[in-house]
Design a protein around this ligand. Structure first.
Ligand SMILES: *Cc1c(COP(=O)(O)O)cnc(C)c1O
Length: 363
């Protein structure tokens, strides 16, 4: 197969750590050398300096503005990744004699269930595991006396996404690691939202937690200081040294998001990118999507080659065209194209061109 000539531009479809806008990288690297003309690097300024507290305040106010978060919620920047929130949410919100409902839609929700089990009774409300996590379960019963219902709003590994949240009176806890800032959040239904930064918000090392303040202080167990949300709220996420660089870069990325038109604009762009790619997956006989169309994620598109013997050809072609990071998760195989907020539709078009090229030459 003749492949198009080598290009320099990279199109990064990696699932995480993932793409950020070029102007964010430019500003962040400048700040490593000299932060806002201070003569000091962002990596060495005191986290108690006013220059830093302004960054913290701007980061929090951008989260509030972009996602329309009200005063009844605290906005926190914590460490430990989304993986720490799997147990920290339960530790802070669930008493040992009460129950919480969990929906199992893949790798990350299964891990959340495993970690939360130690803190109360968990009711697995539904699971799509026996069908290879191909869809989001719907129309399952949710008892009204549950403490909360935990869902993974976008399943990064399997490429499914809740386009409609489960209907229930019970407040929701959302793991929104891979679709934060890509959709609006109905706060009246929410107890907590958490997201590891490294998919849609910034670099790895900080986790965004947005928690309803009135939900705290209701459990009877001892909570270690660092794991108690109430430690971090009055301290503005600076009880201890915060991860300054990941927060700074996240703040820059949120400024970019705001300039682009915020979450509404992102949701439109993400829908357009997803439509472009899924239409090609459905049209091109060499490719096949792996999840039920109505539950397809706008963030992570999973697909297979119908002629698996073409895999090395396709990967070589992608490599030549600057397409990076489309190999599927090691637990699922196939391909996964992650199209997070910062990805331009032009990059998705390059992937579609590669798929057409393969069809023209090998189909
Ligand atoms: C990546 C991911 C996680 C794990 O995040 P860490 O910050 O690495 O702990 C959890 N949930 C979802 C949905 C993810 O995509």
């Amino acid at each position: 197969m003749e492949i198009p000539s080598q290009v320099q531009v990279k199109h990064n479809f990696s699932a995480g750590p993932s793409i950020l806008p070029g102007e964010v990288f430019a500003k962040a690297s400048q700040a490593v050398k000299d932060f806002d003309g201070s003569g000091l690097s962002i990596l060495e300024i005191s986290h108690r300096s006013s220059a830093w507290t302004e960054v913290m305040e701007e980061a929090e106010s951008l989260v509030r503005e972009l996602l329309s978060v009200g005063d009844d919620f605290a906005v926190l920047f914590l460490t430990g990744g989304a993986s720490t929130q799997f147990f920290m949410t339960a530790m802070n919100l669930l008493d040992s004699e009460r129950s919480a409902g969990y929906v199992d839609t893949g790798t990350w929700s299964a891990k959340a269930i495993k970690e939360a089990q130690a803190f109360g009774q968990l009711l697995e409300l539904a699971s799509s595991k026996s069908d290879g996590y191909r869809y989001i379960p719907k129309d399952f019963d949710i008892p009204n006396d549950l403490n909360y219902v935990h869902i993974t709003s976008n399943n990064t590994v399997y490429g499914t996404q809740y386009h409609k949240l489960p209907s229930t009176e019970v407040p929701l806890v959302l793991d929104a690691s891979s679709d934060i800032f890509g959709r609006s959040i109905p706060w009246e239904r929410i107890q907590a939202v958490y997201a590891g930064a490294q998919k849609n918000m910034g670099p790895a090392g900080v986790t965004l937690v947005i928690i309803r303040k009135s939900a705290l202080g209701k459990v009877h167990r001892h909570i270690p200081t660092m794991l108690d949300y109430r430690t971090h709220i009055p301290k503005g996420s600076m009880f201890n040294t915060p991860p300054v660089f990941p927060i700074y870069v996240s703040m820059l990325n949120m400024r970019w998001l705001k300039k682009q038109g915020g979450v509404t604009e992102m949701s439109h762009r993400n829908a357009a990118k997803a439509k472009l790619l899924y239409e090609e997956i459905d049209r091109n006989a060499l490719f096949r999507g792996t999840v039920d169309p109505q539950d397809r994620s706008t963030m992570n598109a999973n697909f297979l080659l119908t002629k698996s013997e073409l895999e090395s050809d396709f990967l070589a072609l992608c490599d030549q065209m600057g397409i990076v990071g489309i190999k599927g998760h090691r637990s699922v195989g196939g391909f996964r194209a992650s199209m997070y907020n910062a990805m331009d539709i032009a990059s998705v078009q390059v992937l579609v061109d590669a798929m057409r090229y393969l069809e023209d030459h090998k189909g």
